[in-house]
Design a protein around this ligand. Structure first.
Ligand code: MTE
Ligand code: MO
Length: 419
């Protein structure tokens, strides 16, 4: 992972910028944000492709390849190919029949899927979804994008009849080295039977209206809307249908939950750890909150005076649970038509209401937005700041599933001093 570079995130919101360029009055995209001097610039709703924090394995990392090595790897728009095959897996005594595909798509057979064919499918089946990318093992959101692509079920339909399929595995380019395979999977049902209004797994070829960059996993990356980043395989090149019911995701190793859902959780950007402020100077609290499966009811903070070297406090310490937590302000929604790339209307987005053009919830499900608060008039001394989300079931972060191996959502703490 590239080291988070805070300055790269200090961009003016795209919505504001867009409106300024057009000479239109500025939409009130930032009503909840403090506007006083010293207030932090909030990250944009749509993270530019190059500003995502990158989490990639591989040696060399696929996005460092250039020239003919890139062509040979099939990582240019012209050379990209996707193989779709059936896994011969059988296992006595229960799994006697392997998965089959009527029309597999292979390089050897000369019929592997190429980008024009995928985009052609997109003319009928394209979907757009606003998703926060978040690593199960990292407690900073990686970025939020508007991902565009074609549902996996429509791609599989190109292969004709399937039999004995219980899981779909997929892999990205891995330097032709089996040890470097990065693999993920979804169940047959998750792939094929999207409930009305729910979110399909899809093969993304655009991010924020532009072709997906090589670093973000282009030409084509899988997007699994509800899960952490490890399901969203970059440099997608091979899909296997299988009758193996097991989840053999690369991330199942390392004791991770390989069926995780994004957690509802608040992450702190400011104050920064170790920051110092003069007496009378406001302390700006800001960060981002992800709307996981259980939705966001609110974000709240707790600030407490501490000694110079305070002992750690557990997330379920009685003192913490009984503390005076104060609600933060959630960033207000942007002016969606201004924010979205040309040719994409708010009503086109999954999870948005077609009539109002607004998300069904805010922040949108599996998306994120900023939150803010301002601390005034703290006397000199050392302090600890914590922020946490409360989900729509009334659970305070990190509950209800505090196992950090199903998604890092422990309560974040920042220490600062007023002098
Ligand atoms: N092929 C491939 N896909 C991958 C990975 C990888 O190492 N190789 N890393 C995964 C992990 S663990 C995460 S968190 C996300 C990060 O996505 P990003 O780099 O676009 O932010 O990509 C996922 N997809
Ligand atoms: Mo990850």
């Amino acid at each position: 992972m590239k080291k988070p570079d805070v300055s790269r995130r200090n961009f003016i919101r795209l919505g504001t910028l867009g409106a300024a360029v057009l000479g239109a009055p500025e939409p009130s995209v930032n009503a909840a944000a403090p506007s006083a001097p010293g207030a932090p610039t909030l990250p944009p709703i749509l993270t530019p492709d190059a500003d995502f924090y990158d989490v990639s394995r591989g040696n060399p990392k696929p996005y460092t390849l250039t020239g003919s090595a890139l062509d040979e790897a099939g990582l240019t728009e012209a050379t990209w190919r996707l193989e779709i095959t059936a896994d011969p897996f059988v296992e006595e005594p229960h799994t006697k029949l392997p998965a089959t595909l009527e029309k597999p798509r292979t390089l050897a057979g000369g019929n592997a899927l190429d980008l024009p064919a995928l985009q052609e499918l997109g003319k009928r089946h394209e979907v757009h979804f606003l998703k926060a990318m978040q690593c199960l093992n990292i407690n900073t959101p990686l970025g939020q994008g508007l991902w565009t692509g074609v549902p996996l079920r429509e791609v599989l339909a190109l292969c004709g009849r399937m039999n004995n399929v219980r899981r779909i595995y997929f892999q990205g380019f891995h330097n032709h080295d089996p040890k470097q395979i990065f693999q993920s999977s979804v169940s047959y049902t998750q792939c094929m039977e999207t409930a009305p209004g729910e979110l399909p797994v899809f093969l993304a070829y655009r991010l924020n209206g532009q072709p997906l960059s090589l670093e973000r996993g282009g030409p084509v990356r899988m997007i699994v809307p509800w899960s952490h980043g490890y399901k969203s395989i970059k440099w997608l090149q091979h899909i296997f249908v299988t009758n193996d019911h097991r989840n053999s995701d690369t991330y199942a190793n390392g004791n991770n939950d390989p069926d995780s859902f994004l957690k509802t959780a608040a992450y702190v950007d400011t104050p920064t750890d170790g920051g110092t402020y003069r007496v009378g100077q406001p302390v700006f609290v800001s960060g981002q909150v992800i709307s996981g499966l259980s939705g966001v009811e609110r974000v709240e903070y707790w600030v407490r005076p501490v000694g110079e070297k305070p002992a750690p406090l557990a997330d379920d310490a009685p003192e913490l649970l009984a503390a005076r937590w104060i609600p933060c302000e959630l960033e207000s929604q942007p002016d969606w038509p201004t924010l979205l790339p040309e040719g994409i209307a708010p009503g086109d987005l999954l999870g948005f209401d077609k009539t109002t053009g607004r998300p069904m919830s805010w922040p949108s499900r599996y998306g994120m937005c900023s939150y803010t608060a301002v601390l005034h008039d703290l006397p000199s001394g050392h302090y600890e700041l914590r922020a946490r989300s409360i989900d729509r079931n009334g659970f305070a972060q990190p509950e209800p599933r505090p196992s950090q191996k199903t998604g890092k959502n422990s309560i974040q703490t920042r220490r600062f001093q007023i002098m």
